[in-house]
Design a protein around this ligand. Sequence first.
Ligand code: NOJ
Length: 563
Amino acid sequence: MSFLAASRPEASAAEWWRQAVVYQIYPRSFADSNGDGLGDLPGILSRADYLAGLGIDAVWLSPFYPSALADGGYDVADYRDVDPRLGTLEDFDALTAALHERGIKMIVDIVPNHTSDLHPWFREALEAGRGSAARERYLFRDGTGPDGSVPPTDWMSTFGGPAWEQVADGQWYFHHFAREQPDLNWDNPEVHDDFVRTLRFWSDRGVDGFRIDVAHMLTKDLTEPLPSREQLGAIPIDGNHPLFDRDDVHEVYAEWRAVFNQYDPPRMAVAEAWVAPSRVPMYARPESLGQSFNFDLLLADFDAAMFKQVVDDNLALAARSGSSTTWVLSNHDVVRHATRYGLPPIGVLASASERTTGEPVERAGASWLLSGGTAPALDREGGVRRARAASLFLLGLPGSAYLYQGEELGLHEVAGIAPERRQDPTFFRTEGAEIGRDGCRVPLPWTTEGAALGFGTAAPHLPQPAWFADSAVSVEDAEPASTLRLYRRALAARRALQSGEALGWVVTDRDDVLHFTRPNGWQVVTNFGTEPYPLPDGEVILASLEFDGTELPGQATAWIAPA
Ligand code: NOJ
């Protein structure tokens, strides 16, 4: 057996992120300390011991900055402050200190592609008018047609609807996402300077790293004449595309890297870059952001061949960049993996039209990439069983694991939120054709009682279904076989077992079984099928379900201790 990635010496303390378990918190839905229905920073602080008890290495906070919440906080009105509904800068400092005391690092989200339309720069741009320096910070253009009333192009926004919005004096501005999220002009040095200021601001406050939102979108070439939507679609994304994954975006990250490296230890960064696999290493290089998300498992069914392909591809990509690879099964943008695995397989990147219809259950590997819609009824228990097996598989892999709040409870997606309670701009901009991402952002259940199941004292900003109580932290705490207790045991064992960043496949006689071993002899076996699989000799130290330790049942994972 040969190991797939060069076995590296143990990562130095400065490279703590290489094999870290990072837990994503969506702050408005984690814990509400002041009874306004919205989660907040003191709420997270009150759960610091819960986070420590999980055994994570770092927390990644989704945006907590002042925001009108046109896009769940990804419309930032001030990059260097806290939304007053979520707390204060002092609360942020207290939370960082509490995490650090417990050995947990702090990663914050940076949203550099666009600001909120309430950002002072955008307000200034509207007032200053056409041709002003203030408009140069954004992407304003004149319209076409005799009176300029036709948008500059027919491009569509990622959330649906047109990508241009007209302002009072007739000019139009470009927005990749919602109209409340005007794109910045990264050809403008002021934009560069301001983000460096923001990175220093949070680094100086003790932040350990940054998650970079849509890292592949910042730089653009809007030289006229602009292509039509159809022409745009035909341009290869090879580094020179007008809108996506341009080579020149790495000039921005080279600047940022110089800033990160002025700190001791250097601040880490992870790119949210939805780019072709061959282009991922550019973002993950040490000279650039240093690490990049790999979202392949969000798009893969619970299927041995798909999982193996994803692992092989991504270890090879990591070897090219010199970074560690990353693994993700759930986040705030996609249908929770317990639910994905409770619905019939769709095949990687299957289109919405290929899906069957039936009960109204939110569907799609990545609901904002694949449109939402309907699907056959959900197999709730089967979904959780497969999710537990997939999570243990993922946590056994070399590299960094990014977990999303609530997956440790085996939570399902919340389907059927009433239209008037929905918040996601995708839902509104597609006039309901895409359900959007609210179903994975419902506030966590901590207990079985009260108006918000322990999330807070008031009704939460997104409604919790009654069945959330069954997965409450208090319930799972008391249940030895719960998903929460499984995650705690897994994270503790992983900490003890983690070794070099390599993996060797062990050949099995079954297409539906994956078996790998790590350099120290730790073995992971996942049975994706339904027939039991006889395990090799060795002590099973953890399994995604209870069994006698010899024959691994279907849809289950076992960890076997080093001999
Ligand atoms: C990616 C974020 O993960 C998503 O939640 C957000 O809507 C878009 N970027 C726009 O900021």
